[in-house]
Design a protein around this ligand. Structure first.
Ligand code: UTP
Ligand code: MG
Length: 615
C-alpha cells in the first residue's frame, strides 16, 4: 500500500473553500458512524471478502513458517549432514514460497474485483442522487467539487474498504504472529530483539502527528491547483481578452509552488521515517546477531534459532512501516467517506410527496396565487405575485434585469419551491404531483440554450428519443433551423461539440426551439429566446416562435419588447413585484414603466439605424 497523495480535489476556484462539507471533515482517523456505513458497502461481497481474508491468513502463516523451516534446515539437516532431509525441506520451502505467490495473487484479484464493484455502486448512487438534487443544490456547488466527490473521494473509500482493511488485519496478525513465534523460540533473544521497540514507538508517534498535518496540506494544495486550473481554463476567453495571462500565471505559480512545498515537506517526513524504521530493523538485527552469536558460542541457543530470528526481525518492521502508511489512507478515506455520505444524505429542496400522482394531461391554465419566493431562503426576489394565464394564452414577462422574470419561469416548472402562496396548473398545485410528469408536459427554451455533445438530430430529439427522422426534420423546419442544418457538412448527423461551441448562439436557440416543437408540450416557457442575435436570425426566431406558440399556453420572457407586442397579456416586473399589466396598447397608454422601457428601446433602435445610415 502506498501513500495517497492528493486524496481529495475538494476545493473551489482559486482554492477558496466552499462553505460546507469541505476540508478534511473532522480530521479524525476513525469515525464510527462513517465506518459502519461504509462497511455496509462490503455486505454483498461477504463471500469474496472472506475468501480474501482466508488468502491473507495463508500468506501470513506461510510468511511466518519460512524462517521456522530455515531453522529446521540448519539445526536438523545441515548440522547433521542429512542431505535427503535437506532436499525435502528445500522443496517444502519452495512450495511455501509458491503458495505465498498463489495466495497473494488470489487475494489481490478478489480485492480488486470487490473494490471495483464498490466503486461502481458508489458512483452510480452518487450520480442518481445528483440527478435528483434540485437546481438549488447545483446552483450553490462548484462542478469541480462535485466531480471530485464522484471520482477521487470514492476512490479513497474503495482503497480503504478493499485493500486497506485486509492489509490492516494482515499486518496486525503478522506482528502478533512474529512476536509469538519469537517468544516461544527464545524469550531471552526476543527481549534483545524488542529492545528497539520503545524507540520505534516514539518515532511512529512523532511521525504520525506530523504526517497528519503534512498530508492534509498536500491534499488541500493539490485541490487548490486543480481549482485554479479549472477556473482559468473555463475563463480563458476573458483572461485573454483582458490580457491578464501574466496575473493568471503568477496566481497559478503561487498555488503550484505551495503544492510543491507541501509535497516536498510530506516526502521528507516519509523519507526520514521510512529509512528510520529500516535503520531500527538493522539495529535490531545487529543486536540479535550479537546476543544470539554469544548464545550460540556458549551453546545455549542453536545457530538455526539465531538465523530464524534475524529473518523474523527483518519481517517484523515491514508491517510497522505499512501500518504507519495505512494511517494516512485511513484518514483520507474517513474524510472522503464523510463527504460522500454527506452528499448522499443531501435532501433535494424540491421533493415529491411519497407516491405523488402523475400530473393529469395538461389543458394549459397557469395560476400563481400570492406567490413569494426567495433563493436559498435569504432575500425575497418575488413578492406576492398573482397571475392568471388562461389555456392557449401567450403572456409576456418584461422588466429590468434581475426583476424576477426567470424566477417566475423556474417556479412554474417547479425547479424551486415557492416560499409562500402556490402555483397551480389546471387547478392542480404543482407540489402535489411528481416532477417528471409535470415537466414532461412543459417545453422550456432556456435563457442559455444548452446543447449536448452529439449529433444535431439527437439534440433535437432529446426530449423524445424515439422520434423519427422525419419528425426531427419537420420540427427543424418549423423552427427555421432546417436551412442552416442542411448547409452543415454532415447535415443532421453533424456533431455538436461540448456546450455547442461549434454553433452560433442564434443557431443554438433555433435548435432549442426545434427541440421544444418536437416535444409538442401544452405549456411553453421561452426565456429571452431572442436576446443577442442579429436581426435576420431574430426574424427567423420570431417566425418559428409564432408557429410554436399557436394553440399553446406560453410564457415568453423577452428583453426586446418588439417581439411581444402581440401577447395577450404583458406583465411588467420590477424588483419582484408585478407593477403593470395589460396589452401592449393599454400599457403604452398607461404611460408607466412599460412605456418608458419601450420608448427607450425604440429610440435606441432608431439611434442605431441612424448611425448605420451615416456609415
Ligand atoms: P432572475 O433571474 O429572476 O432575474 O433573478 P431576471 O428578471 O430573469 O433577470 P434577467 O433579465 O434574466 O437578467 C431575480 C433575482 O434573483 C436573484 C438575482 O440576484 C436577482 O436579483 N437570484 C437569481 C438569486 O439569488 N439566485 C439565483 O440563482 C438566481
Ligand atoms: Mg432571466
Amino acid at each position: 500500500m502506498s501513500f495517497s497523495f492528493g486524496g481529495g480535489l475538494n476545493m473551489g476556484p482559486r482554492g477558496a473553500l466552499e462553505s460546507h462539507g469541505e476540508g478534511d471533515g473532522t480530521g479524525r482517523v476513525f469515525d464510527r458512524r462513517v465506518t459502519l456505513r461504509l462497511l455496509g458497502y462490503l455486505r454483498p461481497y461477504t463471500r469474496q471478502m472472506l475468501g480474501a481474508f482466508a488468502m491473507m491468513l495463508i500468506v501470513s502463516a506461510l510468511t511466518l513458517a519460512i524462517p521456522y523451516l530455515t531453522k529446521i534446515v540448519i539445526d536438523q539437516y545441515i548440522t547433521n549432514g542429512d542431505l535427503r532431509g535437506l532436499s525435502r525441506l528445500a522443496l517444502l520451502l519452495g512450495g511455501a514460497l509458491f503458495g505465498i505467490y498463489l495466495a497473494s495473487s488470489a487475494q489481490q484479484y478478489l480485492l480488486t474485483w470487490v473494490g471495483q464493484r464498490i466503486l461502481m455502486t458508489l458512483r452510480n448512487q452518487l450520480f442518481d442522487h445528483l440527478q435528483r438534487l434540485s437546481l438549488g443544490y447545483h446552483d450553490t456547488h462548484i462542478v469541480g467539487v462535485t466531480i471530485s466527490r464522484v471520482m477521487s473521494d470514492v476512490g479513497v473509500i474503495n482503497e480503504l474498504l478493499s485493500e486497506g482493511l485486509i492489509t490492516l488485519a494482515g499486518d496486525i496478525l503478522l506482528l502478533f504472529g512474529i512476536v509469538g513465534v519469537m517468544v516461544s523460540m527464545s524469550p531471552h533473544l526476543a527481549l534483545f530483539a524488542f529492545s528497539v521497540v520503545p524507540l520505534m514507538v516514539l518515532m511512529t508517534l512523532w511521525f504520525s502527528r506530523r504526517a497528519r498535518i503534512a498530508f492534509r496540506q498536500t491534499r488541500s494544495s493539490t485541490a487548490a491547483v486543480i481549482g485554479d486550473l479549472a477556473e482559468d481554463l473555463s475563463g480563458m476567453r476573458v483572461i485573454q481578452a483582458f490580457a491578464q495571462e501574466g496575473a493568471s500565471e503568477e496566481r497559478f505559480d503561487k498555488v503550484n509552488s505551495a503544492n510543491r512545498d507541501a509535497f516536498v515537506n510530506a516526502m521528507s517526513l516519509s523519507l526520514t521515517f521510512l529509512p528510520g524504521v529500516e535503520f531500527l530493523g538493522i539495529l535490531a538485527t545487529a543486536v540479535v546477531l550479537w546476543a544470539g552469536g554469544r548464545a550460540v558460542a556458549t551453546e545455549t541457543l542453536t545457530l538455526g534459532v539465531v538465523v530464524a530470528f534475524i529473518s523474523y526481525v527483518g519481517r517484523f518492521f515491514q508491517p510497522i512501516q505499512e501500518l504507519s502508511q495505512l494511517y494516512n489512507t485511513l484518514q483520507t478515506a474517513m474524510a472522503g467517506g464523510e463527504r460522500v455520505l454527506e452528499l448522499l444524505d443531501t435532501i433535494p429542496d424540491v421533493q415529491d410527496q411519497p407516491a405523488a400522482p402523475d400530473m393529469p394531461s395538461i389543458r394549459g391554465e397557469i395560476v400563481l396565487n400570492n406567490v413569494s419566493f426567495a433563493y436559498r431562503g435569504t432575500h425575497t426576489v418575488l413578492h406576492n405575485v398573482d397571475l392568471h394565464i388562461a389555456p392557449g394564452q401567450t403572456i409576456a414577462l418584461v422588466g429590468p434585469t434581475g426583476a424576477g422574470k426567470t424566477s417566475i419561469a423556474n417556479l412554474i416548472a417547479r425547479f424551486y419551491e415557492v416560499t409562500e402562496g402556490n402555483v397551480c396548473i389546471d387547478g392542480v398545485d404543482v407540489r402535489s404531483v411528481n416532477q417528471p410528469s409535470l415537466r414532461q408536459q412543459m417545453g422550456l427554451v432556456p435563457q442559455d440554450p444548452f446543447l449536448f455533445a452529439g449529433a444535431i438530430a439527437d439534440n433535437i430529439r432529446f426530449g423524445c428519443p424515439d422520434a423519427s427522422e422525419e419528425a426531427v426534420i419537420a420540427a427543424a423546419k418549423a423552427a427555421n433551423a432546417h436551412e442552416f442544418i442542411s448547409a452543415m457538412p454532415e447535415g443532421y448527423a453533424t456533431r455538436v461539440l461540448e456546450g455547442g461551441i461549434n454553433l452560433s448562439l442564434g443557431q443554438r436557440q433555433l435548435l432549442c426551439i426545434a427541440r421544444a416543437i418536437l416535444a409538442d408540450p401544452r405549456i411553453l416557457i421561452l426565456d429571452e429566446a431572442t436576446a443577442s442575435v442579429d436581426t435576420i436570425t431574430e426574424a427567423l426566431i420570431q417566425e418559428a416562435l409564432a408557429r410554436l406558440l399557436k394553440g399553446r399556453t406560453a410564457v415568453v420572457i423577452a428583453h426586446r419588447l418588439s417581439t411581444i407586442t402581440n401577447a395577450d397579456l404583458i406583465c411588467v416586473l420590477e424588483g419582484g413585484h408585478i407593477v403593470e399589466r395589460g396589452t401592449h396598447t393599454e400599457l403604452l397608454a398607461l404611460g408607466g414603466l412599460y412605456r418608458d422601457l419601450y420608448e427607450r428601446q425604440f429610440m435606441q433602435n432608431n439611434g442605431f439605424s441612424k448611425a448605420s445610415e451615416r456609415v
